[in-house]
Design a protein around this ligand. Structure first.
Ligand SMILES: [Ca+2]
Length: 434
């Protein structure tokens, strides 16, 4: 499916800067019922107006009202409102279903195009975008294709890039992570490509393979996975003999860290770090270098989880939400030995990515969690205190765009990719007065 070719990407600079509504409550709530379209379901969203009574940002009824939170504040935190006057600039459009964004040290940008399987090199200054040659072949259907891109921690010396993608295989596909050396120049290319991880087993599914890659400060690499959506995969989410429904931790060359939790357990895959996940697309480290994930749940069951070594996050045994058909999945929301989410959403937001803001450009956001919302068509901001969510905001709902990725740039601005065949690169920053 080729809808837009790389050279047709438009770089817009600030020409299309769109003033965004701010804390003062001028956003229009997009009110659309949630009725069973999976990730394309649109729950009712929209921040409360500034003069609204105190209460949660989510005002739509839950899909599963009989499920109650395990502790106060686990869902529907009070609405918060950004006070900084922000603007959103459209830096580029014409990206074909962009999935991930990464900055090079010189502030050029790499963007993946999911179905096309392209890695695009762009400047933010208007030069012609280029497709990088040598990207591995991908299975680009539905949720599959070329997903994340990350610079290796030793990029300055090695120029190694890491890519995650749905790898076409005999009998289906599976998530793979490859690394390759970026060769800059008139025709940018990857060389010395090496696959460092292959999720097992292979299944014939176009969904739920996770795909976010995050380097830990110790140089190990977290790869988030999923359970493939089909029942044959779902039942493996808590099975240590399978990678499905796991977060794995590997060395950059594909080796297994000796201190992984299950390396000495017979029958367990040694790369597993945590288990019991449905589909994890959002992952980020906080200031204490702890890994947090925003996890795609069933209808009414998206989760924010704090990832701790060796723990079981419960899917599909426990959780909130239900099948998109309305059928029940879980008998219960809690069980001994299974982790509770720090926060959950019912209705869902469909978290596509997570960033934890540490910049100086928007001081009031420091430490806040920013989640790219697909079905919610929002940038979801959470404020945490002592490990609990104490406030939630839905930003940019007036744009009516599915948000796929969120990244803090080297300038402290927040960069977003929209999940569209004519996808946009957006920059969020305080309003500049000219
Ligand atoms: Ca869970």
């Amino acid at each position: 499916m080729r809808t837009v070719k790389v050279p047709s990407i438009l770089l817009l600079g600030c020409l299309a800067c769109a003033r965004t509504p701010t804390a003062n409550g001028h956003q229009t709530a997009s009110v659309v019922p949630a009725d069973g379209e999976g990730e394309r379901t649109r729950p009712r969203v929209g921040p409360a107006p500034a003069d609204a009574p105190e209460g949660p940002v989510e005002t739509a009824p839950p899909n599963v009202p009989e499920f109650k939170p395990a502790f106060p504040g686990q869902t529907r935190a009070p609405a918060i409102h950004t006070r900084t006057e922000l603007e959103v600039s459209e830096l580029a459009r014409g990206l074909a279903l962009p999935w991930a964004l990464a900055f090079l040290p010189d502030r050029r940008v790499l963007v993946t195009e999911k179905h096309e399987g392209k890695l695009v090199l762009m400047t933010l200054g208007g030069d012609k975008p280029r497709a990088i040659k040598g990207v591995p072949r991908v299975d680009g259907h539905d949720q599959g294709g070329l997903l994340d891109v990350a610079l290796g921690p030793d990029y300055a010396q090695t120029h190694l890039l890491y890519l995650s993608y749905y790898e076409p295989r005999e009998g289906g596909n599976g998530l793979a992570v490859a690394r390759a050396r970026f060769v800059d120049g008139a025709q940018p290319a990857l060389d010395s490509l090496q696959v460092v991880f292959r999720m097992q087993p292979t299944l014939d599914s176009t969904k739920h393979a996770g795909g976010r890659v995050v380097f830990a400060p110790d140089g190990t690499l977290f790869v988030t996975l999923g359970e493939r959506s089909i029942l044959k995969g779902r039942v493996q989410a808590r099975d240590l003999a399978s990678d499905l429904g796991k977060i794995v931790r590997i060395l950059p060359d594909g080796g297994i860290p000796k201190d992984n939790p299950f390396v000495d357990k017979a029958g367990a895959r040694p790369e597993i770090w945590t288990l019991g996940h449905r589909n994890v697309l959002g992952a980020a480290l906080d200031a204490k270098q702890r890994l947090w994930v925003a996890e795609m749940g069933p209808r009414g069951g998206d989760e924010l989880n704090l990832i701790e070594r060796g723990k079981d996050y419960g899917w599909p045994t426990i959780g909130y939400g239900e099948e998109y058909s309305g059928a029940r999945i879980h008998a219960t929301t809690a069980a001994p030995g299974l982790q509770q989410p720090v926060y959950y959403w019912d209705p869902v937001i469909s978290p596509g990515a997570l960033a934890i803001y540490s910049g100086d450009l928007i001081p009031e956001w420091k430490g806040d969690f920013l989640i790219a919302g697909l079905s919610s068509e929002a940038l979801v901001r959470l404020t945490l205190k002592e490990g609990h969510v104490v406030g939630e905001e839905r930003l940019f709902t007036d744009r009516h765009e599915r948000m796929r990725d969120v990244v803090q740039g080297p300038d402290g601005a927040v960069y977003l990719l929209t999940d569209e065949s004519d996808g946009k690169l957006l920059r969020v920053a305080p309003v500049t007065r000219h």
